[in-house]
Design a binder for this molecule. Structure first.
Ligand SMILES: Cc1ncc(COP(=O)(O)O)c(C=O)c1O
Length: 401
């Protein structure tokens, strides 16, 4: 066996993907597993989007495309961004990538030199630190708290900036907390970061999944106009349009950054899949009524999950404003269980004893919590949380004996 590079040994496998796969394997073995671990909608991709892919295939759009993506799609993304973020955007400021994840990967590769630091507020989406490490960078984790709406403050940011700080990651609405930055705090944070010369990387993949009158504002819209080159937007169709398997996302930023990312894309994947890009074009240009229905359904599921979880003794959670996750604080439960119980051992026990899959918060830099996705049916939410409550009750009683 040849030795593996130190680069790959620095990172760990994606915990969310591995838990979803573990739950799927148990289900295949015949167990009735309910999963709150998935990071994807349970809806099907809308038929008009599927039809556009079929048509593209029939028309022979099965060859390599331009490396940065089909020009019509790049223009559509630029036009959409201009409309929603209110900032002039050219086709050349857009790269189409293999999911939003690949946009982030390429971005870290082109921005970071060895030892460059990237500030990542925790709880964070699992891939940011590992992608920074893959680019030989240093993730600098900044804790944020439920009591402050999980927002990073300017004071915290200022304390963390060093001569090596290159970028700040902002993910709003957030995976795993579901929280959304308030406009004023986001404006101040963006200004502080860009004035210190950092690139603000805003991951807006859950931008359209907001509930109960909450609104999402992009740091790009709030940035002082002369500093807009310091903001880079990551977005895509995976979550909004239930297109996780199609693997299409994009990056929007300074033309030179886009060119650099395109250079790497040309040497790794060549281009995102041709007909998936045509389906994405149909998604952006097509009807949007279904989104309202999905939003309404997510709202009902969110409220149901928060209500049922809050009834479990020792568990607490905020009502998330966006995305489709609840981050539940289980510290009191862990204290009660003793025996050095952690969110990881608790998640294992919930899978083994309640046959419910959740993701331990440690995966997101938030020990003492578990993440539950409500992108699943109301019935599964009711049954799954009931099973959890019962199993936790049993565990607590065993402990008392
Ligand atoms: C915050 C966040 N960013 C990016 C991604 C990646 O999205 P994609 O499937 O388009 O690569 C995810 C997926 O879980 C996510 O939660």
């Amino acid at each position: 066996m040849p030795s593996l590079s130190s680069r790959v040994q620095r990172i760990k496998p994606s915990p969310t993907l591995s838990i979803t796969q573990k739950a799927a394997a148990l289900r295949q073995s015949g167990l009735d597993i309910l999963s709150f671990s998935a990071g994807e909608p349970d809806f099907d991709t809308p038929p008009h989007i599927v039809a556009a892919a079929e048509e593209a295939l029939r028309k022979g759009q099965t060859r390599y495309t331009a490396t940065a993506g089909v020009p019509a799609l790049r223009s559509a993304v630029a036009a959409e961004s201009e409309r929603i973020r209110g900032v002039p955007t050219k086709t050349e400021d857009v790269i189409i990538t293999v999911g939003a994840k690949h946009a982030l990967y390429l971005l870290f590769q082109v921005l970071l030199d060895p030892g460059d630091e990237v500030i990542i507020p925790a709880p964070y989406w699992v891939s940011y630190p590992d992608q920074v490490l893959l680019a030989d960078g240093v993730p600098v984790i900044a804790p944020t708290f439920a009591t402050q709406n999980f927002e990073l403050s300017c004071q915290q940011l200022e304390k963390l900036i060093t001569a090596r700080t290159k970028a700040l990651v902002i993910n709003t609405p957030s995976n795993p907390t579901g929280s959304i930055y308030r406009r004023d705090s986001l404006a101040q944070l963006t200004r502080t970061a860009v004035e210190a010369g950092l690139t603000v990387i805003c991951d807006e993949i859950y931008r359209e999944l907001v509930y109960g009158g909450a609104t999402h504002v992009s740091p790009l819209s709030l940035c002082p106009p002369d500093k807009r080159d310091h903001v880079f937007v990551v977005d895509g169709v995976s979550k909004t349009y239930a297109m996780t398997g199609w693997r299409i996302g994009w990056g929007i930023g300074h033309t030179d950054i886009i060119k650099a990312m395109t250079k790497i894309q040309g040497q790794d994947v060549s281009n995102p899949t041709s007909f998936a890009q045509m389906a994405t074009l149909a998604a952006l240009k097509g009807p949007r009524e279904f989104l309202k229905e999905w939003q309404a359904e997510y709202t009902v599921r969110r409220d149901l999950m928060v209500e049922r979880l809050s009834a479990i003794p020792g568990l607490s959670c905020l009502t998330p404003q966006g995305a489709f996750y609840v981050l539940a604080d289980v510290t009191q439960i862990l204290e009660k269980l003793g025996d050095q119980a952690t969110d990881v051992t608790l998640s294992d026990k919930l899978l083994e004893e309640a046959h419910v899959a959740v993701v331990p918060g440690s995966a997101f830099g938030a020990p003492g919590t578990i993440r539950l996705s409500y992108a699943t049916s109301r019935r599964e939410i009711e049954m799954g949380v009931a099973r959890m409550a019962e199993a936790l009750g049993r565990m607590g009683q065993l402990r008392q004996k």
